[in-house]
Design a protein. Structure first.
Length: 254
């Protein structure tokens, strides 16, 4: 991913436009959702690091009512989130649950999650910032930012992270919608491939038994029920019995 240009001499609107443009590029250039999440985590870390500092970023999404780390800028970020899940709560989970930014300025002084704070402090983390990402429906997400420095984020850093969270949430919603469309397309392709195999098997039965299409389908269903095997698998077996060419039963033109 290309580095951001020097923003020192640029007006704020130009900087924001550049960030939005880069986020859009992430969606367009990513090969799949996992690529997008990874690039988003790396981009977040490069953008939100305080001057002269370094941060570790992690993107967490709630899936099936369970938080999942979908991407991390570094192994350290992933490890910190795994610790949070193990202890059952922390800044990121609280940010997602409340929809509000959570800042732990000094983990050694944190009393809300003492065991988690002690564990991350032992890994060299000094401060943590959890920024919620507003999604749709029951979905929720958060950007987790870890710094080795105590008081690692100034009020300006936090405001910048929150603004970036609003911008990236829109992009994240778009990517999740695209991922759903890709999944739906794959499901449709799988269904049509299965239908192709069944239709070919019915044709084989019709030719061998000299029966109608309806009767052939009934024979196929009966075999599926009696063997407790899926219809498409029975169809695949019938096709293999007359042709070893596996491409025959999986043939599908987009």
């Amino acid at each position: 991913m290309d580095a951001l240009p020097d923003t020192a001499s640029l007006p704020a609107t130009a900087i924001q436009d550049g960030i939005v443009s880069r986020l859009q590029d992430l969606v367009l250039q990513a090969g799949d959702a996992q690529d997008f999440f990874k690039e988003l985590a790396v981009f977040s870390a490069s953008l939100l690091a305080p001057p002269g500092g370094e941060v570790h970023c992690n993107v967490t999404v709630v899936r099936r009512k369970r938080p999942v780390s979908v991407a991390s800028s570094t192994p350290t970020a992933r490890m910190m989130d795994d610790l949070q899940y193990a202890y059952g709560d922390g800044p990121c989970l609280t940010a997602m649950r409340t929809g509000k930014t959570v800042y732990v300025a000094d983990v050694s002084m944190e009393h809300r999650w003492p065991q988690y704070a002690q564990a991350v402090a032992a890994q060299g983390i000094g401060s943590i910032l959890g920024v919620p990402l507003q999604l749709e429906g029951d979905s929720s997400a958060a950007l987790n930012i870890y710094s080795s420095a105590v008081h690692g984020f100034s009020p300006e850093d936090i405001a910048r992270a929150e603004l970036f969270g609003e911008q990236s949430a829109k992009t994240l919603r778009l990517e999740l919608r695209l991922a759903q469309l890709r999944d739906a397309k794959e499901d449709l392709e799988a269904a049509m491939k299965s239908r192709t195999a069944i239709d070919i098997a019915v044709g084989v039965i019709m030719a061998q038994s000299r029966c109608s299409q309806e009767s052939a389908m009934a024979i196929l269903r009966k075999a599926s029920n009696s063997r407790n095997v899926k219809l498409r698998d029975v169809a695949a077996g019938i096709i293999e019995s007359v042709s070893p060419d596996s491409a025959l039963r999986t043939h599908f033109d987009e």
